[in-house]
Design a protein around this ligand. Structure first.
Ligand code: ADP
Length: 499
């Protein structure tokens, strides 16, 4: 494929649009919507039943790829939160904490198997409601969600091996609040370890992506899990705040923005509530000159563009060693030009829709800031669909460490590229951020990987790969990226007191 770059003078403008001659394109390969059933309206799932919201209010959830309404969901108020916490408390005291662990495990196994059986439908709904490409929801979100239930089902009756010489006791009622970037997977991350260890749950999905959590509620109902063990209620920030502030909740598990994480920390200060907070990130992806460059470029693309950059661990800061910077930047520019942006349900799509209008505006705001700060912008010349919230894959070069595009979490397909000469310099720069969730290192030398990972302040560091997850690996951050770990044994200990 020939690549023609528009050689606009950087003096006139710092925006360069790439033109790509493609003599071929993929024929559309859309997944069928008919394999998914979405109700016109959803109530709240409390105590094993669907109940009307006390305030009688519902709000729309839309498809961000065409702005059409998909369904309307109930808005839970303080009374509904109270009802669901009471249901969770009763289920905890009367049924769940008393049930032999191996019986509890059977329910958790059953839920994982049912997620697998309904995998296709869940993937379609995830892509319709959230905008992510079907390839991502089908191959990553849904199977990984099922795997989390499987993994924690396995631990349920083996806690004495997880915590040798200790007795692991459940905490009680867990209030769980999740964001819109991995709606089903985040629900699985939170619910599976909580119920496997004998806790009961009130979970609230994000207001823009409630549908797969509500489908999960249907699965839970069908699984015959005792009523009240898992309650799923919908609403926005006020509903989340009501869960956080409810006096009978023993633990808060939150994934979302650092700002809301700070509000939650203030709200629970001085109470007995335990908390795990998984917040923002600004991951550094570091390419050394000895790295396999094509593999690294593909890893960078996977780390920031697939999934629209809607990942808190997205590799949104790229540090390239100066000697290979030109080469890497050229490869990246060529590669982003070939990314397919469009219908999330099309199996060829690499970058789907941005989750909401508000998020798209935030991304545009940062692109403007990047230009104002003097960084040089390259964006794909691809056509965007006429309707819906879409953003071209974009990268900035000539970025300074102090620029906001190198410091703030953008949560979009926008990469900031910086260069470095020495190991010490890149460690200093990579750690110079309020966040510390994840990072990546690309090099041929194993010793360099160990040296770097020891000195970098990030909860997860990938070496010669990026964005890989497994239920047995803990995930979580340093500094303003939060505290506590989810996944693996660490994820179990977040839901028990050991005595
Ligand atoms: P994002 O920027 O990723 O949307 P938010 O932190 O705003 O992240 O939202 C993550 C989750 O937190 C959502 O479910 C949202 O409804 C909920 N939320 C928002 N504000 C509050 C709050 N003050 N207290 C508790 N939960 C909240």
């Amino acid at each position: 494929m020939a690549v023609k770059t528009n050689k606009a003078s950087p003096k006139k403008t710092n925006t360069i649009k790439l033109k790509f001659d493609t003599s071929w394109s993929y024929a559309p390969a859309p997944e069928s919507k008919s394999a998914a059933t979405i109700n016109k309206q959803y109530d709240l799932f409390i105590n094993g039943e669907w109940v009307k919201p006390a305030g009688g209010k519902y709000f729309d959830t839309i498809n961000p790829a065409n702005e059409e309404q998909l369904s309307e969901v109930a808005e839970a108020n303080v009374a509904d939160v109270d009802k669901s916490v009471k249901a969770a408390r009763t289920a905890y005291e009367k049924v769940w904490k008393k049930m032999p662990a191996k019986e509890r495990a059977k329910y958790v196994f059953r839920i994982s198997r049912m997620i697998q059986e309904k995998a296709r439908e869940l993937a379609i709904i995830e892509s319709l409601d959230g905008g992510k490409p079907i390839r991502e929801s089908r191959d990553f979100d849904v199977p990984t969600a099922a795997n989390h239930f499987f993994y924690y089902a396995g631990w349920a009756d083996k806690l004495e091996y997880a915590f040798p010489n200790r007795v692991a006791e459940p905490l009680g009622v867990a209030g769980q609040i999740i964001p819109w970037n991995f709606p089903l997977l985040m629900a699985a991350w939170k619910i599976a370890p909580a119920i496997a260890t004998g806790n009961t749950v009130v979970l609230k999905p994000a207001e823009t992506t409630p549908l797969t959590a509500l489908k999960l509620a249907e699965i839970i109902q069908e699984s015959d899990l005792p009523p009240g063990v898992v309650n799923i209620i919908t609403g926005a920030g006020a509903t989340g705040a009501a869960i956080v502030n409810h006096p009978d909740v023993n633990k808060i598990a939150f994934t979302g923005s650092t700002d809301v994480g700070k509000i939650i920390q203030r709200a629970i200060a001085g109470t007995n509530k335990k908390a795990t907070l998984e917040l923002g990130g600004k991951a550094a992806n570091i390419i050394f000159e000895d790295a396999p460059l094509d593999q690294a470029v593909e890893g960078v693309i996977n780390g920031i563009y697939f999934n629209q950059g809607h990942v808190c661990c997205a590799g949104s800061r790229l540090y390239v060693q100066e000697s290979v910077a030109k080469q890497v930047i050229r490869k990246l520019r060529d590669r982003i030009e070939s990314l397919i942006v469009g219908d999330p349900l099309d199996k060829n799509t690499d970058i789907g829709a941005i989750n909401s209008k508000q998020q798209l505006e935030t991304i545009h705001k940062y692109i403007k800031i990047g230009k104002q700060e003097g960084a040089e912008l390259y964006e794909s010349s691809c056509k965007l669909p006429g309707k819906g919230f879409f953003c071209r894959p974009t990268l900035f070069t000539n970025v300074a460490q102090s620029n906001r595009i190198a410091q703030d979490e953008i949560f979009g397909p926008v990469l900031a590229i910086l260069t470095f000469r020495t190991d010490d310099e890149v460690i200093e720069k990579a750690n110079n951020t309020p966040y510390g969730l994840s990072a990546g290192v690309w090099t041929d030398k194993g010793s360099k990987i160990f040296n770097m990972t020891k000195r970098m302040r990030a909860g997860v560091i990938w070496a010669n790969t990026f964005n890989k997850f497994d239920p047995s690996s803990p995930f979580g951050g340093y500094k303003e990226s939060g505290f506590g770990r989810e996944g693996g044994l660490h994820g179990l200990s977040a839901y028990v007191n050991t005595v």
